[in-house]
Design a protein around this ligand. Structure first.
Ligand SMILES: *Cc1c(COP(=O)(O)O)cnc(C)c1O
Length: 393
């Protein structure tokens, strides 16, 4: 039987692994040895789920979208991660990793952020736990994402602008790794998606798997069976998609359709569709599909959505794509924008630009009238209002 679970040495098929500098070897190895026993302990589980319930507001609703269902001729449910505290799914992961960091005796938290969503989630949990937090962010992103920078500063985090390279996410990640190399024993690096060296992709997928765990119970209640026919989500690094599909990966009854950012189109240079246009390479400690030039230089990605604007995709999704278990379709900027306006006008929900990419899958797929579709709305659109209004039809 095909397996989509991670192997003992940290691979999904041929993707993944832990390609880290010598100086981080012990830190990553300690994490690898301890993460499962800690995550599976009753004490961790009880504190984690208590916080998810009382602080994040989980379970997030599974909402039957009546007018959208009529439009697309299926039974469409939206998994409402947009209703979480801080406005997206990223808080599920930040809470879990910081609880883990405390149990490993770490005193200081670092993170990298592009749009600032992961930075805000991490800064939020650090405020909650009274831990010092430094967030690396490309200097260009600091300028572009001013309101998230202000939120992080209000939360007490130190935002560190990175002036090297293109001054965006990739450079912020390099700088965070440099910091980690200098302080491996007292610092925990909170990674925001299913990327990075093993065990991070598996750790993040497990922490986000609360999404599919809830979908099972909610579908059982609403449809009388725990599985959907089709699951849909957007993929940047892959964490909200991993959480959405986690408990269904080996269930062949469930079709998985994912959206990656096409930008201006996969045939142009202005894209972030790393599964559709990338090739195998090593990025941020892991063997994955990367957008790169012939001589292995990372190609600067482009998407209207900052959260999907990453030159690679996590190893789980590379494997799902390569093995055919998941369909991964590119969605262009203009398609995502239309989908956002459609959801807003039909259901009164303003989605994050990232989530709009998942919504834009709907017109691309043919459904049976009784088909049960669950689509994850990974975040809310408050942060994207200016972009939306600039493109208002
Ligand atoms: C960061 C982000 C994403 C992309 O990250 P994944 O790890 O692929 O989920 C998607 N949606 C929102 C709202 C985000 O903030």
């Amino acid at each position: 039987m095909a397996t989509y679970q991670i192997s003992r040495d940290g691979y999904y098929g041929t993707f993944g692994g832990a390609y880290v500098p010598e100086i981080l070897y012990k830190t990553v190895e300690d994490l690898r040895r301890s993460y499962l026993p800690i995550l599976e302990s009753e004490e961790f589980q009880s504190q984690y789920h208590q916080l998810l319930a009382d602080y994040v507001g989980r379970p997030s609703p599974l909402y039957y979208a009546n007018r959208m269902s009529e439009r697309y001729g299926c039974r469409l449910y939206l998994k409402r991660e947009d209703l979480n505290h801080t406005g997206a799914h990223k808080i599920n992961n930040a809470i879990g990793q910081i609880l883990l960091a405390q149990r490993l005796g770490k005193k200081r938290i670092i993170a990298e952020t592009g749009a600032g969503q992961h930075g805000v989630a991490t800064a939020t949990v650090c405020a909650l736990m009274g831990m010092p937090c430094r967030v690396y962010m490309g200097a260009l992103d600091v300028e572009r994402q001013h309101s998230n920078v202000q939120r992080m500063r209000m939360l007490g985090a130190e935002v560190f602008p990175v002036e090297s390279g293109n001054k965006t996410l990739k450079d912020a990640t390099n700088e965070a790794i440099r910091d980690w190399c200098c302080h491996p024993s007292d610092t925990f690096y909170v990674i925001g998606s299913t990327v990075g060296p093993h065990p991070y992709p598996d750790l993040v997928a497990r922490l986000q798997s609360v999404i599919s765990q809830e979908i099972r119970c909610q579908l059982q209640e609403k449809e009388g069976r725990p599985w959907p026919d089709t699951l849909m989500a957007c993929v940047g690094g892959g964490s909200n998609a991993a959480g959405t599909i986690y408990h269904y990966i080996n269930d062949a009854r469930v079709r998985i359709v994912l959206a990656e950012a096409g930008g201006m189109g996969v045939e142009t240079q202005q894209t972030a569709a790393s599964l559709n246009v990338g090739t195998v390479g090593i990025l941020h400690g892991s063997k994955i599909m990367v957008m790169q030039t012939d001589d292995g230089q990372i190609q600067e990605p482009y998407s209207i959505s900052a959260g999907l604007d990453y030159p690679g995709t996590g190893p789980l999704h590379c494997h799902l794509f390569q093995s055919g278990r998941a369909e991964v379709l590119p969605v262009n900027d203009d398609e995502a924008l239309s989908a956002a306006f459609e959801l807003t006008r039909l259901e009164g929900i303003i989605p994050a630009l990232e989530s709009s990419h998942a919504l834009a899958l709907l017109p691309k797929i043919k459904f049976r009238p009784d088909e049960v579709v669950v689509l994850t709305v990974s975040g809310r659109g408050d942060k994207d209002l200016e972009t939306y209004l600039r493109h208002m039809e």
